[in-house]
Design a protein around this ligand. Sequence first.
Ligand SMILES: *Cc1c(COP(=O)(O)O)cnc(C)c1O
Length: 354
Amino acid sequence: MKKHNFSAGPSILPREVIEQASRDLLDFNGLGLSVMEVSHRSKDFIAVMETACDLALEHLGLNNKGYTALFLQGGASTQFLMAPYNLMEHSAAYLNTGTWASKAIKEAKLFGTVHEVASSKDQNFCYIPKGYSIPEAADYFHCTSNNTIFGTQIHDFPKTNQPLVCDMSSDIFSRVLDYSQFDLIYAGAQKNMGPAGTTLVVIKNEILGKVSRNIPSMLDYQIHIDKQSMYNTPPVLAVHVSMLTLKWLKSMGGVTAIEALNKIKSDRLYHEIERNSLFTGFAQKEDRSLMNATFNLTDDSQKEKFDGLCLEAGISGLNGHRSVGGYRASIYNALPIESVETLIQVMNECERKA
Ligand SMILES: *Cc1c(COP(=O)(O)O)cnc(C)c1O
């Protein structure tokens, strides 16, 4: 039986995408070869890479606006160091909203002075700090749009004079924003775009070339731009499946349509978390995420029963991250509304049997 997959990452992909990918694994474009067996320099694979990059920019409303999309390796975690390597001359400003933001800060400190403009660590990252100021001297400002572990999301981005750098690993392509306010966006594919193994980087070309240090080739955005993400062998399968997912998103009506669905899914789930006496939400209401809903039991003695009911209903991947405990329902783009309805029914049933 196909499970209701609430996993935080690697996470659910659209069924159609997995079916197409499995056909392409056996025979890609009728070539008599698997997509894993063709040269990345072949015209068939170059078309995959170009389509993936074009669709990524199109979904963000950034084509023909001086941006380049790249598909790189090393996960979002490598972007924690590539961003400062390429952009930080003296100092940078960082907003600390959770585990991933903290890891980005740790890497940035290797390259210069980091101003942590605000942190929500005092309350285990259950909210997004507001009202902070960003030092004028900072070479850029870095934030994390969606905090996958804590279930918080930035709904209003600060206006900055400096380049705005954003880790969008867990909410890329999930909502309508003015993406041209960002100068560098990065996202590991495995949350909302594809399988693990590739990272989308969207970069405003004009911000590069301003640091004096030498940059190793594999970590140099400009080299990857010049080589169209093929400086070395790209992760062909991960890029291909990401491309299929971006096509699927287009067939769904793009980011505008998926945002409407994401709002319905998250509204229903948060409504149940608030209504149901057995559960309490973790994240502060105004900062709640459309992608990762974090909640706890009000009475831990119900845990065995709730977990059992989830198991029976085919619900998978609902455990909270170890630093928060409780539960986390990741309700990414590809998760059908029926899965959310099933979870809500189980929460209801658990309350009735309490
Ligand atoms: C998962 C995640 C990461 C880490 O991604 P890797 O691809 O595993 O390096 C970074 N940032 C956020 C917001 C994430 O959700």
